[in-house]
Design a protein around this ligand. Structure first.
Ligand SMILES: [Zn+2]
Ligand SMILES: [Zn+2]
Length: 256
């Protein structure tokens, strides 16, 4: 089963590039629509756990930016396939469940750190207006906001990913699991509602994993919470919001 999943990518090795383009576009469009549907359902279910005021009606600029993000993510995926065919990105054959777990852990923490650094750099006054201000124009997040990025920012995150997978030779299954987690964390961060229970911050290790409140706070306070999957780097570098615990408990508390 895992072997079959790992071999799913093989046809892309020899397929004409036009075919690869269609596949990566379809895959990214599917991720986009599935995220919006799942996000919409989550917002409805947890609507009594609002973190921020409801967002204003969707504007056409958000839709244009989100579509450009999906197209650029497809381009990054396609570049990944080309780098794999050129032998620069190498995929390890499946070598057991432990190996896949190690892949997920390595990709998760490597990308968490790289994205923390990229995000902090993007907040530098010289770069902020060029690459990151666009995302912060939508500070009452909704699921769509995950995709509402300046094209340079989308390409920046994509470039980080291509560098990491060029250095670390993961299994394809490990990549799929990591990429699924990546979308899940991105979506949770832009729900605008807190799906996790109050107990979250009392659980050992789990309390280090980011929540919806964690990223929603960054949208309200640009000087804190630059991380994505964990609180690790914000704690380490002193950028965790001092209000994080209080705001999480407030949002996670039942309000009805
Ligand atoms: Zn955001
Ligand atoms: Zn930011």
């Amino acid at each position: 089963m895992i072997e079959a999943l790992n071999n799913l990518i093989q046809p892309l090795y020899t397929m004409p590039l036009e075919g690869v383009a269609l596949w990566v576009l379809a895959e990214n469009a599917l991720i986009f629509f599935a995220s919006l549907v799942i996000g919409h359902v989550a917002v409805k279910i947890f609507k009594s756990h609002a973190i921020t005021a409801p967002p204003p009606p969707i504007t056409s600029i958000e839709i244009v930016l989100a579509i450009s993000c999906v197209i650029l993510n497809s381009l990054i995926t396609g570049l990944g396939v080309i780098l794999w065919r050129a032998g620069i990105v190498q995929l390890r054959p499946v070598d057991g469940i432990v190996g896949i777990f190690v892949d997920c852990v390595v990709l998760f923490f490597a990308m968490d750190f790289a994205m923390y650094v990229f995000h902090r750099v993007a907040h530098h006054p010289l770069l902020y207006p060029l690459i990151h201000d666009t995302h912060h124009r939508f500070d009452n997040p909704r699921p769509l906001t995950l995709f509402v990025l300046n094209p340079f920012e989308t390409l920046g995150f994509g470039a980080l990913w291509l560098v990491v997978i060029s250095i670390y030779h993961s299994t394809f299954v490990g990549m799929i699991v990591y990429l699924t987690l990546n979308v899940a964390f991105g979506l949770i961060g832009h729900l605008g509602v807190e799906p996790f229970p109050r107990r979250w911050l009392e659980l050992p290790l789990i309390r280090w994993i980011s929540t919806s409140t964690f990223h929603a706070e960054h949208h309200q306070d640009r000087h804190h919470n630059y991380g994505f999957y964990t609180l690790l780097w914000d704690r380490l570098f002193g950028t965790l919001s001092p209000d994080y615990t209080a705001e999480f408990q407030n949002a996670a508390a039942p309000t009805q």
